[in-house]
Design a protein around this ligand. Structure first.
Ligand SMILES: C[S@@+](CC[C@H](N)C(=O)[O-])C[C@H]1O[C@@H](n2cnc3c(N)ncnc32)[C@H](O)[C@@H]1O
Length: 171
């Protein structure tokens, strides 16, 4: 997501624990490491936590991610979350064609205990298919709001009709 933001004129600090992912970033400051441990000693107008990371299966990691968001947002700034839609674990299988040409298919989501699901995804390219299995914790609106509240954040509004993006601000 860094490059579209740069194209729109934003200055971006891109954080990822994958060095290979950050090697692909051009024109932005990059920070390699776990988001949950990050403390840059700076605050930003906007902090983005995308890729449904707020749904990580590990509640402690989620708390760390949210504290990092709160630690880095300015007093008049906002945190933008990409969260799951209400039917993400029931409307299955489902797929979408990415603008860059590959198909993402969410094949299944199986409960594995303690509120966590094991999700299987397929990424279909003209010459290859990748599969990924990851753990996700669905969050009701109340659970999502409570998790944000623990970190000193509150939901402000949902900028998209499907509710998958949330604008939050400091309490
Ligand atoms: C779907 S990819 C998105 C990559 C890129 N930001 C983009 O927009 O194309 C999700 C990324 O989140 C990173 N990630 C997942 N959990 C993380 C964590 N706790 N700390 C830092 N990076 C994390 C992964 O390494 C992966 O590169």
């Amino acid at each position: 997501m860094t490059h579209p933001l740069l194209e729109r004129g934003f200055t971006v600090t891109a954080v990822d624990e994958s060095a290979e992912m950050l090697e692909r970033v051009r024109g932005a400051r990059t920070i390699c490491g776990p988001i949950e441990d990050l403390d840059l000693g700076e605050r930003f107008e906007a902090v983005l936590l995308a890729s449904f990371l707020v749904h990580t299966g590990d509640s402690e990691v989620r708390r760390g991610l949210l504290r990092t968001c709160a630690r880095h947002v300015g007093a008049d700034g906002c945190v933008l979350f990409q969260r799951e839609g209400a039917d993400h674990h029931t409307d299955l299988p489902r797929e979408r064609v990415d603008p860059s040409g590959f198909t993402v298919r969410i094949v299944s989501s199986e409960p594995v205990g303690e509120g966590v699901h094991s999700v299987r995804a397929e990424y279909e390219f003209p010459d290859a298919v990748w599969t990924q299995t990851f753990r996700a914790r669905p969050l009701t609106d109340a659970q999502f709001a409570e998790a944000l509240g623990e970190a000193g954040l509150r939901v402000d509004r949902c900028p998209t009709d499907d509710g998958t993006w949330v604008r939050a601000v400091a309490v």
